[in-house]
Design a protein around this ligand. Structure first.
Ligand SMILES: NC(=O)c1ccc[n+]([C@@H]2O[C@H](COP(=O)([O-])OP(=O)(O)OC[C@H]3O[C@@H](n4cnc5c(N)ncnc54)[C@H](OP(=O)(O)O)[C@@H]3O)[C@@H](O)[C@H]2O)c1
Length: 263
C-alpha cells in the first residue's frame, strides 16, 4: 500500500448504475467492503430480481444500508427514481459521495455506420449512454453540494472505444467518446470533484458475449472471439480491484481516462 493510500473510502453515499450484473455488480459487492458503517449504497438497474439478489449478498455487511432502484436510467422517470433515492439518502451523515456511472449498452453492432438513418434510434441510444450519465451526475452533485469535510468522487465507466474507432461499433464508440468529454469538462469546472474515466478492459460479461456474437465487422468479431477462446478476458472482480486501488490511492489527475492495464 502506498503512503497516500487509505484503507477505506469513508462513510459514503455511493450510487452505482447498472449494478444488477456484470461490472456494476462486482463494484457494488467489492466497493461496499471499503465503506465505513453508516454508509448508504444506492443501486440502480432495470432488473428488480437481479438487484434484489445483489442486495441479498450485501445483507451481512454491518452498518451498510442498501437501496435498490428498479429503473431504466435512459428515461426521465427512471432517472427521477434514482434521484429520489439519492436525495433521501443524502441526509445521512456522510463524508464521501461516490457516483459510479456504469450502466451502458453496446447498441446494435450488426450494422455499419451507413445503416443508422433513424434519428429516434440514435437518440434513444445516446439518451441512455450519454445524456443519462450527464443528467444523473449533475443532479447528484446538486443534491449533495460541496461542503467542508465532504469528498466527492465521480467515476465514468469508459472504454478503449472512447479513444479508438471500431468498425461497426459507431454507437458505442461515439457514446463512450462523448461521455469521456462530458467528464473532462466537469473536471475543469468543478475542481473539488475527483473525476475519473476508468476503462475496465475486456470483461467476461453479457456485453462481451453480445460483441462476439453480433459484431458485423468480421475482423473485430474474430478478435473478440479469440480473446474469449484464448482466455484473455478479465474477470469483473480483477478489473474492479484496479478501480478500487485508484479510488483508494486518489492520485489520478481529475478528468483523466485511465485504462485497467495502466494501473
Ligand atoms: N464488457 C466489456 O468488455 C467492457 C469493456 C469496456 C467497457 N465496458 C463498460 O463497462 C460497463 C459495464 O459493462 P458490462 O460488461 O458489465 O455490461 P452488461 O453485462 O451488459 O451490464 C450492463 C449493466 O447496465 C444495466 N443497464 C443496461 N441498460 C440499462 C438501462 N436502460 N437502465 C438501467 N440500467 C441499465 C444492466 O442492468 P439491467 O439489464 O438490469 O437494466 C446491467 O446491470 C459499461 O459501461 C460498459 O460500456 C465493458
Amino acid at each position: 500500500m502506498s503512503a497516500a493510500e487509505s484503507a477505506h473510502l469513508g462513510r459514503a453515499l455511493c450510487i452505482i448504475t447498472g449494478a444488477s450484473r456484470g461490472f456494476g455488480r462486482a463494484v457494488a459487492l467489492d466497493l461496499s467492503r471499503l465503506l465505513l458503517p453508516g454508509s448508504v449504497l444506492v443501486l440502480a438497474a432495470r432488473s428488480g430480481a437481479d438487484l434484489r439478489a445483489v442486495e441479498a449478498e450485501l445483507a451481512g455487511r454491518a452498518g451498510l444500508s442498501v437501496r435498490s432502484v428498479e429503473a431504466d436510467v435512459g428515461q426521465s422517470e427512471g432517472l427521477d427514481g434514482v434521484m429520489s433515492a439519492c436525495k433521501e439518502a443524502s441526509s445521512a451523515d456522510i463524508d464521501h459521495l461516490i457516483l459510479i456511472n456504469n450502466a451502458a449498452s453496446l447498441g446494435d453492432v450488426s450494422r455499419f455506420t451507413t445503416g443508422f438513418t433513424s434519428l429516434p434510434e440514435v437518440d434513444s441510444y445516446m439518451s441512455l449512454n450519454v445524456s443519462s450519465p450527464l443528467c444523473l451526475t449533475a443532479g447528484v452533485l446538486r443534491a449533495v453540494p460541496r461542503r467542508a469535510g465532504l469528498r466527492r468522487t465521480v467515476v465514468n465507466v469508459s472504454s478503449l472505444c472512447a479513444l479508438r474507432p471500431f468498425r461497426s461499433w459507431v454507437l458505442y464508440c461515439t457514446g463512450k467518446a462523448a461521455r469521456d468529454m462530458t467528464f473532462r469538462v466537469l473536471a475543469e469546472e468543478e475542481p473539488d470533484v475527483r473525476v475519473l474515466s476508468y476503462s475496465p478492459g475486456p470483461l467476461d460479461t453479457d456485453m462481451q458475449r453480445e460483441a462476439r456474437s453480433h459484431t458485423a465487422d468480421p475482423d473485430i468479431r474474430k478478435s473478440f472471439s479469440d480473446m474469449f477462446s484464448e482466455g484473455q478476458l478479465l474477470s469483473c472482480q480483477a478489473s474492479c480491484a484496479k478501480l478500487l486501488k485508484l479510488l483508494l490511492e486518489d492520485a489520478f489527475t481529475s478528468g483523466d481516462h485511465v485504462d485497467v492495464y495502466d494501473v
